[in-house]
Design a protein around this ligand. Structure first.
Ligand code: KIV
Length: 283
């Protein structure tokens, strides 16, 4: 049986100086492929809203949408730690709501942990979820759920004052018991400072090489989301082109009568066909 990655494994990797890899997945086939490729964590990110559901931002994503996709990802992941990303309103109204919704990720979708974006007061919410027995990953720096109301999607922590605030947020989330921290779109030296101060692993996105690990939105890595690609996201493949070309070939072959060919067609035994033609096969 495959050995599942635990939070203790991830934290040991940091102590040993090894790097961690996390990718997003929102369905069974991609979750299975990235798990087989050896990622340490699979995040069912609320980036789902933009790259799969076609929303303009992540704000409209609901718990029910997240759970639907997290359940599918769960069926594909047998090794990596599976993390459900708590969508916009799922943890912002009341602490009781937050615990209930985090519990749904674990009980209904089989996630191993949840992730919450920073907001003022999140420490108490994170502590309540952790007290309920659910591991929590924090997320500081650029927090996409509130980015629009905070001046857009650019880098955070570019001046000393805002960098100090982000460092304090990361420390506060570690203090209440978060097991790891996403650092999104902050300067490399600020990410380095946080990585050195925290004993839990930092997972960077657009935050340079000094983090304990890296995460990308898989659709960016695969070139499957071409509405825009963040400057920090490396495109490892161009699946949009592959899918367009394959689909165009299908259309062209169907129109030309070239598909299905002999190799894709099954016929019936000649004597049965004879009977059918004579009408006896129906008696
Ligand atoms: O929603 C998401 O995919 C994320 C990652 C970018 C960290 O939060």
């Amino acid at each position: 049986m495959t050995k599942r990655i635990t939070i203790a494994d991830l934290q040991a990797r940091k102590r040993q100086g090894g790097k961690l890899a996390m990718l997003t997945a929102y369905d069974y086939p991609i979750a299975k492929l990235v798990d087989e490729a050896g990622v340490d964590m699979v995040l069912v990110g609320d980036s789902l809203g933009m790259v799969v559901l076609g929303y303009e931002t992540t704000t409209p994503v609901t718990m029910d949408e997240m759970l639907h996709h997290a359940k599918a990802a769960r069926r594909g992941v047998s090794r990596a730690l599976l993390i459900g990303d708590m969508p916009f309103l799922s943890f912002r109204a009341t602490r009781a709501d937050a615990v209930r919704n985090a519990g749904r990720f674990v009980q209904e979708a089989g996630c191993d942990a949840v992730k919450v974006e920073w907001k003022p007061g999140i420490e108490d919410t994170a502590r309540a979820i952790i007290d309920a027995g659910i591991p929590v990953m924090g997320h500081v720096g650029l927090t996409p759920q509130t980015a629009a109301s905070e001046g857009g999607f650019g880098m955070r922590g570019k001046d000393a004052e805002s960098a100090a605030r982000i460092i304090a947020q990361a420390v506060a989330l570690q203090e209440v018991g978060c097991f790891a921290m996403v650092l999104e779109c902050i300067p490399d030296v600020v990410a380095q400072e946080i990585t050195q101060r925290l004993s839990i692993p930092t997972i960077g996105i657009g935050s340079g090489p000094f983090c304990d690990g890296q995460v990308l939105v898989t659709y960016d890595l695969l070139g499957l989301f071409d509405r825009f690609t963040p400057a920090f996201a490396k495109r490892y493949a161009d699946l949009s082109r592959v899918i367009r070309e394959a689909s165009a070939s299908f259309v062209q072959e169907v129109r030309a009568g070239a598909f299905p060919g002999k190799e894709h067609t099954r016929s019936m035994a000649p004597d049965e066909y004879d009977k059918l033609k004579k009408g006896t096969g129906y008696e």
